[in-house]
Design a binder for this molecule. Structure first.
Ligand SMILES: [Ca+2]
Ligand SMILES: [Ca+2]
Length: 103
């Protein structure tokens, strides 16, 4: 089995800080590589896109789909989004933060 960081993130949405995620829908974390909350279960996948932006996808409840994403562009623009699931079966991504690092 060959496994490297370069392979992680395949199939993840390619987004930047200004991408509207409202209709993106559920995002499966196929290859989580980090354990952010330290419970021994991998929950976070960091992906990069061609333009230099970095996306950090985190699955807080370990159900396999991302609940939070932070996007940071090369020039410091960033945005954070939370995935909300509603009782009527619908779901959406809601932006929780946006700005520019270092200014
Ligand atoms: Ca964890
Ligand atoms: Ca989840």
């Amino acid at each position: 089995m060959i496994s490297s960081g370069e392979l992680s993130g395949l199939g993840m949405p390619d987004i930047d800080a200004s991408s509207p995620l409202g209709g993106l829908g559920e995002v499966e974390l196929q290859h989580p590589t980090q354990d952010i909350d330290g419970d021994g279960i991998l929950d976070t996948d960091t992906t990069t896109s061609g333009d230099g932006s970095v996306q950090v996808w985190t699955d807080y409840d370990d159900d396999g789909s991302a609940d939070h994403v932070t996007v940071v562009e090369e020039d410091g623009d960033y945005a954070a989004w939370e995935f909300h699931r509603y009782p009527d079966g619908t779901s959406e991504w809601v932006r929780t933060d946006q700005g520019r690092i270092g200014n």
